[in-house]
Design a binder for this molecule. Sequence first.
Ligand code: LLP
Length: 400
Amino acid sequence: MLSTQTLLTAANEFGTPLYVYDASNIRLQYATLKQAFRRSDVKIFYACKALTNVNILKILEQEGSGIDCVSINEVKLAMKAGFTAKRIIFTPNSVGFDEYLEATALKVNINIDNLSLLEEFGHHFGSSYPVIIRLNPHIMAGGNIKISTGHVDSKFGISIEQVDLIRDIMERTNITVKGLHIHTGSEIKDLEVFVKGLELVLDQTKHFPDLAIVDLGGGFKVPYKPDEVGTDMEALGQKLADTFEAFEQSTGKKFQVWFEPGKFLVSQSGYFLVKANITKQGPSRTFVGVNSGFNHLIRPMFYDAYHKITNISNPDGELKTYNIVGNICETDTFAWDRELNEVRPNDIILFNNAGAYGFEMSSRFNSRNRPAEVLFTNGSLKLIRRRETLEDILEGVVLD
Ligand code: LLP
């Protein structure tokens, strides 16, 4: 945990709105996963869509993590951070064959989640480029419907009921399948969801003679609300190891297990700092208007997500109930009816758990600059992305 003093210093030195990340927390989360899965042959691939600042990628690279990328640019950022091709998985969705070709030129692991692309890939490469296939296990799980990806109506993966069609493609094209992958959603606390997913995948492994990898995706829950608990990683590690060991005993087959966590690795490391611009007393609500909005942290408006919010510059102020709102030109509410120590203009307001899908999902809506990013590492604050300016917004615009 970063201290209030460190966060206030960061706001003072670098201005607000500001994202601050704690390097040691990222390392700790990685170590927690390694420890929890110690009984199995596990490799962690950080789902970098959560936060792609190359300085953050470098931390996980140094820890020994692999990396999961969903676009060719993410692959290139990963390489910039020092990840070698073998430690990268390319797991896109709804991309064209050309993007796959670019990824194969970089020799990264390829994940395919569509029958026609699999066929095209197979005709192009035959058995020369073994792939991983994403299955849709028809499991409904995740924090809310927008982040549930493994149910029958989801666009992701090849239905588990279409494995015979995959087999036909393997026969026709000679393509080698080296891994099976599922990812059922984000913020999954129920361990049984992971166990059920694993059992469904293990059951399909008999159809794939060259299989070496079972990839169970990401989706571990981190606690956002004060009374919430996250996924019990230690218990999950034990349960999955039990399932794998039982399978090994009955079939003699052993697989390497891959995971792709995003939130678990970086969410808690991140702090978002904004400044109160105004307070407004309406007939039914008191508003705190801050110098940011859903253009900088979209999770509350997009997923009804909860982030803990505190007034760190007036910690002893009287508790009052506020709607905390942003400055965007449409409904832009970070929190409804939230208790905060009295907010005065210029107070510094902190959002916790903002490392994952915070800066990464930010935009320039309303032509506002995106925030700066700072890393707290080895006891000091280091700027890792400068605040944008009007020049950044104009860059790329073609003027007469
Ligand atoms: N693997 C795949 C194939 C994924 O699609 C995702 C996330 C992950 C791994 C990592 O999931 P995580 O461990 O971060 O839950 N923007 C949303 C979350 C969307 C997740 C999309 N896919 C949010 O802010 O809650």
